[in-house]
Design a protein around this ligand. Structure first.
Ligand SMILES: C[S@@+](CC[C@H](N)C(=O)[O-])C[C@H]1O[C@@H](n2cnc3c(N)ncnc32)[C@H](O)[C@@H]1O
Length: 323
């Protein structure tokens, strides 16, 4: 009886979260195309130089992520929170991988699946409308798992990672990319003195909060992952959102009333400005964490000795070379 009522609580929570989060992502893709780059990556770019364009930063981030995951043609990838498929299509089209994405947004999944069809990639890539707690794939089906800019919406990271671990092959890799808060901001939040920035973002999405980096790492370790690498990419996210905000303002006339009501446009203006302030004032941080599954007693694989294979060297423009 108790287990049943817990399950129904969880079902209610999943429904609530999926609805709250979808209300943002189910807005017309054309609206997001009015401020994102051509790949529709709705997450932090990577700047090899402060003057990089959004397009360059988007390409650099996808390349960096692919390098960290050591993508190979034979890889089968799970992308948790796939958005409009930026990483799915990048991995399939540049590396020849197979890829499945999940999202709570029906609009996003429809977008990914129609692009896949239009590009003749239906047998290589698809998006499922699934809440992360409801994922159901064969054991050890994937050898790479990635989650980019989605953990912010998830309340229980231990549940997320322990749900993901069985789907990953023993020698697989997982990359977790997401925002955290420094402990001082988390402490305020735990005492109910949330900063205005945090409140505003929570109000906008209706769900989710940023954990501290150690909470994220704790959830990973307790779910059976070893952290191989961590990179703080906070400055990159500030530069990314500054470019989104510029584009949004440039495209105001085209977007307002034709695609979204003025109220939605204004809400996004405030929301982006809030993010920029959050990064600028050390309320919000952004990270990429690379991990693998670990079990005491298992023979350790020969992992690379240096970080050389997972860095992008600084320089002008786009660093879009595969190696
Ligand atoms: C900011 S977008 C990032 C999209 C994509 N990874 C990218 O980099 O462009 C967050 C994504 O996480 C998904 N998401 C949020 N909460 C989720 C949940 N509980 N289960 C599955 N997907 C979720 C959203 O539907 C959305 O696709």
């Amino acid at each position: 009886m108790k287990a049943e009522s817990l399950n129904s609580d969880l079902r209610d929570l999943i429904d609530f979260q999926a609805k709250a989060v979808s209300s943002h992502y189910d807005l017309p893709p054309k609206f997001f195309a009015g401020f994102l780059g051509p790949r529709m990556a709705y997450s932090c770019g990577y700047f090899a130089d402060e003057d990089n364009t959004l397009e360059e930063a988007e390409e650099n981030k996808l390349l960096l992520t692919a390098k960290k995951l050591d993508l190979k043609k034979e890889d089968t990838i799970l992308d948790i929170g796939c958005g409009w498929g930026s990483f799915l299509f990048y991995a399939v089209e540049n590396f020849g991988c197979q890829a499945v994405g999940i999202t709570v947004s029906k609009e996003q999944a429809a977008f990914v699946n129609s692009v896949a069809e239009a590009r003749g990639l239906k047998d290589k890539v698809r998006a499922d409308v699934v809440h992360v707690y409801n994922m159901d794939y064969p054991r050890e089906f994937f050898n790479k798992i990635v989650t980019i800019g989605a953990i912010e919406h998830m309340d229980d990271l231990h549940r997320v990672f322990s749900k993901s671990a069985p789907f990953l092959k023993e020698d697989g890799l997982m990359l977790v990319h997401g925002m955290t808060k420094p402990w001082s901001a988390r402490e305020e939040e735990l005492q109910g003195i949330s900063s205005e920035v945090g409140e505003m973002v929570k109000e906008h999405f209706g769900v989710g909060y940023w954990k501290s980096l150690w909470e994220l790492m704790e959830a990973l370790e307790k779910s059976g992952f070893e952290i191989l690498d961590h990179e703080n990419i906070t400055r990159h996210y500030q530069l990314t959102v500054e470019r989104w905000l510029e584009r949004l303002q440039e495209n105001e006339a085209m977007l307002v009333d034709n695609i979204v009501p003025e109220e939605t446009y204004r809400e996004f203006l405030v929301f982006m400005a809030g993010y920029i302030v959050g990064f600028e004032t050390s309320h919000t941080l952004c990270n990429q964490i690379l991990c693998r599954k670990i079990s005491c007693g298992d023979l350790r694989p020969a992992l690379p000795l240096t970080r050389e294979n997972i860095v992008l060297h600084s320089g002008k423009g786009c660093l879009c070379k595969k190696d």
